[in-house]
Structure formats: C-alpha cells, structure tokens
Design a protein around this ligand. Structure first.
Ligand SMILES: [Ca+2]
Ligand SMILES: [Ca+2]
Length: 427
C-alpha cells in the first residue's frame, strides 16, 4: 500500500544543467571542426564563435568507482528536438585492434539513463529509458516496465530516434588520440522535456581496464545496478529562453547604468558596474541563470544609485543663493559699488546653476558659495551705506534745528534788551 505513495522526485540531489545548443553536433565519434557543423537558431542569434563542437555544452566529470581513477568527461546539451551527449575519455589512447575480422575500438560500454517524468522510484517505469553503446558501434535501448524492471535490451540501428558513434581522436581535453563517444536522442520519442527536470544517470564501463567503472552521480560499488531511478541525479533542461532573457536583462542593466551615469547618480554605481562585469563573465561561462540573476541585480543597483553628498550640498547652497538673488533683484542698490557687487553675484549664481546642470557638483557648490558671499557682501555694504546716509541726514536736520533755536534765542535776547532801559542810561 505504501508503494503507491512512495516519494516522488526520489533522486540523489546531484544536479546538472543541460545547456541549450548553439551548435548542432555531428554524431561521428570525434570532436568535429566547428566549420563543419551547423549553428542552431539560437547560435545564429547569439553570433558566438565556439572553439569546438562541444564548447557550448555543460561538462561534468564521471566519478571513478574503483581504485583506478581516470578522467571521463561528459558533455550535455539540447535543442528543440534532441538531447546530445559526448563521453570524452582522454586516458584511453591508442588505435583500435582488429580481431577475427571485427574492428574493436575498445571494450567500452557507455550508457545514459533517463527518467523523463522525473518520478524516481526503486524500479524503472515506462517513462524510464537506458541508451547504451558497446564500442565500436552496437547500440541498445532498454525501456522500463511497469515498476517491475527493465524490458528487453533491444539492439537498434542508428536512427533519428537514437544514434551513437564511437571513435578516437584528439579533443578539447587532450591532444592525444583517445576514445570519444557521441550520442543523440530524440526528445519526442522518449518523452524527454515532459518535465523541465529529468532524472539522469550516465555511466562508462571500461571492460579492458579491469572493469573500471565511472558514474554520474556517484554510485557506491555495492549499488552498482542500473535499475534504481531513485539513485539517479537531476538534469535540468535549461530552455533557450533563459539565454534570451539573460541577454535582455544585460541590455536593461546597461541602459540603467547609462541613465544613472547621465544623471550623475554615482553613489552605488560602481557596485552595479561590478555586478554587470560578473554577469558578463557568467554569461561567457554559459551560467545563464546566474547571468540573468546578476543582470537583474546590476539593473536594480543602477536604478537605485544615488547622487553623491556634494550634489545635495550644491543643491542646498543653490537654493540659498536663489533666495538671495530674488532679494537682490527687488533691491535698488544705492551706489555703483553695491550695484557692481550685485552684478558679480548674479553672474556667479548663473555660473553655479550652469555647473549644476552639467553635473559638475563640486564646481556648482564652490560657485554657489561664492555667489552667496557676494550677495551677502552687497547687502552688507548697502546696509552700511544706508546707515551712513541716515546719520548724515540726521546730523544735517539736527544742525538746522540748533541754528533756528540759536536764532530765536538771539532774537528774543535782542528784543528784551531793546525793551529794558539801559542801566547806564539811569542817572
Ligand atoms: Ca562530432
Ligand atoms: Ca520515471
């Protein structure tokens, strides 16, 4: 009863991204020259120059399960119709041997296992498949039965549905001729892509080298069966739209940085630019989801980049200068000296505004402070001159009063003298 509620997605937690193909590989058992390959629609759109046929693919290393550790690399990529894989085994060098009229590359068995619906399980189901090649050219497919194990191992001819080819030659991992195995599997025929993440396992058994066995994900030697989807890893079929989105996000981030630069919002912009650099490196490394994420962070960083402190200082100083300017415009300066000071202040204030509009915040601040000082001086001198004039007019009017008082007093004295008889006149 419990078997019906067995954990779905019962995989190991190992993950690999299957990248969208930019080049359609030729399944010919060698690292085909890029000039001989066709670019996919996405490859044409990106106009990337690839160094080799598998340079656009994700590369993982199969883990040696025995004591003889040897590097086996596996490349994975996909396009709309197919999943492409390449086993590269640099340690297996040499030429194939001919025995009894048969050409043997080596006794190598390479296989991939796919849980298309990503539903795990202890036993393979109908949506689980194994694709196998025994070098040099025997291809097999096994499909799971209804939770009872694998169906018959069927030998197949190369077809659009599944093809594989082994060969020897140099690769991106070694210049010496060595074993290379390429595969392509139809997505439609094996339900691949029904779930964006599929269960995935790859293995390579080197029969000649003491049954040396390599696997991804890691299989403990005691669980070296092919049949437990629960022990497989996760392969995420990265959609090509992620690349388009990453490219769009990069353009948006660039536009936001240009806008912030144009507006002089430099605080935090350095970080936004550094994020964009990291994003571009991630994109070059084909870590498209990371690139998409970093581009978003770079854009947000640029959008929220602030003006520097000097911008706010200059702005505040200009506002102060503007008030003084309005005050000065409504004043009738008395002397040519103050009028001249005011004229200099107006000019300096205009220069400060000009510097602010061209984002020269420091210059704007310096000129605004100079304008404020000139306005202050003009008002101070004007005020001094007004005081001086008031004092002068007070003194002038005061002197007039004194004169009148003195004149009246003199007149009164004169008249009173006239009325009184002179003492000298009395006998
Ligand atoms: Ca090839
Ligand atoms: Ca399954």
């Amino acid at each position: 009863m419990n078997s019906s509620v067995k954990a779905v997605y019962g995989h190991t937690g190992d993950k690999v991204d299957v990248l969208p193909a930019l080049i359609k590989p030729k399944i010919d058992g060698e690292f085909t020259r890029v000039e001989q390959c066709e670019y996919t629609e996405l490859g044409k759109q990106l106009q990337c120059e690839m160094s080799h046929e598998w340079a656009d693919a994700e590369r993982i290393t199969l883990i040696p399960m025995g004591q003889y550790g040897r590097d086996v690399y596996l490349y994975l990529k996909h396009d709309e119709s197919k999943l492409y894989l390449c086993f590269d085994y640099p340690q297996r060098t040499g030429r194939p041997v001919v025995e009894g009229g048969w050409l043997y590359l080596y006794d190598i068995v390479a296989y991939v296992q796919i849980d298309a619906l990503h539903d795990g399980g202890s036993w393979p189901k109908e949506n689980d498949s194994t694709f196998e090649i025994e070098t040099p050219s025997e291809l097999y497919v096994h499909t799971g039965k209804r939770e009872i194990g694998w169906g018959p191992r069927i030998r197949v001819s190369p077809s659009d549905s599944y093809t594989a080819k082994s060969g020897i030659g140099p690769s991106a991992n070694s210049n010496k001729d060595h074993a290379i195995i390429e595969m392509s599997i139809s997505k439609a025929d094996y339900k691949i892509g029904s779930s964006p993440t599929m269960g995935f396992r790859a293995g390579l058994l080197d029969v000649e080298r003491k049954q040396q066995f390599h696997s991804w994900p890691k299989y403990a030697p005691e669980t070296r069966q092919f049949s437990e989807p629960d022990l497989w890893g996760d392969a995420n079929l990265l959609p090509s739209v992620v690349i388009s989105r990453a490219l769009e996000a990069i353009e948006e981030a660039r536009a936001s940085i240009r806008k912030a630069e144009g507006e002089g919002r430099t605080e935090g912009l350095g970080r936004a630019k550094a994020l964009l650099d990291s994003c571009l490196r991630a994109f070059e490394n084909r870590w498209y989801e990371l690139a998409l994420n970093l581009a978003g962070q770079a854009r947000r960083g640029a959008d929220t980049a602030d003006y520097p402190r000097i911008y706010y200082e200059a702005k505040q100083q200009l506002a102060q200068a503007e008030e003084l300017e309005a005050q000065a415009r409504s004043s009738n300066f008395l002397s040519s000296g103050t009028r001249n000071l005011a004229k200099q202040a107006f000019e300096t204030y205009n220069q400060a505004k000009e510097a602010f509009s061209t984002k020269e915040w420091t210059k704007a601040s310096e000129l605004a402070l100079k304008a404020i000082a000139l306005f202050d001086k003009a008002f101070a001198v004007e005020s001094e001159e007004i005081k001086t004039q008031q004092t002068r007019s007070y003194l002038v009017s005061g002197a007039t009063s004194v004169t009148v008082v003195v004149a009246i007093a003199s007149a009164v004295l004169y008249l009173s003298r006239k009325k009184k008889p002179s003492k000298a006149a009395i006998p």
